[in-house]
Structures are given as structure tokens and as C-alpha cells.
Design a protein around this ligand. Structure first.
Ligand SMILES: C[S@@+](CC[C@H](N)C(=O)[O-])C[C@H]1O[C@@H](n2cnc3c(N)ncnc32)[C@H](O)[C@@H]1O
Length: 205
């Protein structure tokens, strides 16, 4: 029998992805993530891993920005909207850093829960190599918690990402690359009930 097309695959198209994010509050969530958690200053050098169509850029100050994403359609949209920035249509596995240890901040929003453990390790390794010794990686992903609102859990279960983890599992992976991992659970950033984990990862020298 022919396999039915997953209706969520329409989100691989930039217009539908961004419209969906507006509806569920994902755009608001990214604004709050940038304001409260990533706290990026003008002039900083920023790497955005799995940048999608570049929706987060509307909330960043004037920065030296590089984005990469495996989906060429998202990168095409990002380049159209933000021709001044450096975008790479490539996977984290294939992305070659031209300028290691020069980035102030690496962000990755809504990406880790799409990746298996080996891919997450590749992402953390990439972030670690990109960052200056005092730099930081800030991540944002859906997260399972104890006694979760069942609607929040349902949204996580339905997510396109097949690797939604609990806090302990995310931190376990991050700690293999960063000595200092601070976490925050948020349940207010989206319009829908949705639980997110924010990690700020640094290396204490
Ligand atoms: C939920 S979207 C988040 C996009 C964007 N960061 C945002 O906040 O809107 C997850 C992104 O991860 C990207 N992605 C998934 N696997 C990847 C990989 N192996 N390498 C690079 N990007 C990947 C997808 O193409 C998608 O753009």
C-alpha cells in the first residue's frame, strides 16, 4: 500500500513554517528567547545552527551573523530577506567552519529535538569549536517534564522532531562538551500549552 504523506511535511516550505509559528506563538517565543535568554549584544559574532528561514533575525540587533540549515528552501528565503548575512545550505555534519573560536554566541532554536544523540554531539562539537573560549551556546527546545500539562505533552508528541527529551537527557549530552550548563524550563513563551527547555552552555577556563 502507498505510504500516506505526513501533512506536517508542508512545514518544510518557508511560508507555511513561518505562518504556523505565528499561529502557535513560536515567533513570540523566539522574541522572548532572544530578549530574556540569549541576550545578544550589537556587534557580536553569532552562529545560528539550524537557522530555518531566519525568523529569529528580526529580533537580533545588528550583529555579525552566520546561519546554516539543511533545508535549501529555508536558506533561499533567509537569503532573500537578509541578503547582508552569511547563510549556508548544509547540514551540521557537513558544515565547515571558516573561522573557528571567533564566535561570541551560538544559538540553536528548535533544532536539538530533531536530532539523534550522535547528531546532537556533532552540533555541540560544532558550537564548541565555533566559540571563543569565553563564548556561550544558548539552546531552545521542547522538553518533557514530570506532571506535564497533558495538552502540552500532546503538542510535544505531535512535534515533527522525533527526539524530544527530558531535561536530564538534554543536559547529559551538553555536559559532554560544556562544563557549565544552566537550564530554565519555560511554559509561557508560546500561545499554546508548550514546555520548553533553555540551556546556556559555557566552558569555565
Ligand atoms: C523547528 S526548525 C527551527 C528553525 C529555526 N531555528 C527557528 O527557530 O525557526 C528545525 C530546523 O533544524 C533544521 N535541521 C534539522 N536537521 C538538521 C541538520 N542535520 N543539519 C542542519 N539543520 C538541520 C531543519 O531544517 C529546520 O530548519
Amino acid at each position: 500500500m502507498r505510504k500516506l504523506l505526513d501533512p506536517r511535511s508542508i512545514l518544510k516550505l518557508s511560508y507555511f513554517y513561518t505562518t504556523y509559528q505565528y499561529l502557535v506563538g513560536g515567533i513570540r517565543a523566539r522574541r522572548l528567547f532572544i530578549e530574556n535568554d540569549a541576550r545578544i549584544n550589537a556587534g557580536e559574532k553569532v552562529l545560528d545552527i539550524g537557522c530555518g528561514p531566519g525568523d529569529i533575525l528580526r529580533f537580533l540587533p545588528e550583529v555579525n551573523y552566520t546561519g546554516c540549515d539543511i533545508n535549501p528552501k529555508y536558506i533561499k528565503t533567509a537569503r532573500e530577506h537578509y541578503p547582508q548575512y552569511d547563510f549556508h545550505a548544509t547540514s551540521i555534519e557537513k558544515f565547515k567552519l571558516k573561522d573557528p573560536q571567533t564566535f561570541d554566541v551560538v544559538i540553536t532554536t528548535g533544532v536539538i529535538h530533531h536530532l539523534n544523540d550522535n547528531q546532537v554531539k556533532t552540533l555541540f562539537n560544532l558550537a564548541k569549536n565555533a566559540l571563543k573560549p569565553e563564548g556561550r551556546l544558548v539552546t531552545f527546545d521542547g522538553c518533557y517534564i514530570a506532571n506535564q500539562n497533558p495538552i502540552s505533552k500532546k503538542f510535544l508528541d505531535m512535534d515533527r522532531g522525533n527526539f524530544i527529551r527530558n531535561e536530564k537527557e538534554y543536559v547529559f549530552l551538553a555536559k559532554q562538551y560544556f562544563s557549565d550548563v544552566k537550564t530554565k524550563i519555560d511554559e509561557t513563551y508560546f500561545h499554546i500549552p508548550y514546555t520548553s527547555l533553555i540551556m546556556e552552555c559555557k566552558n569555565n577556563s
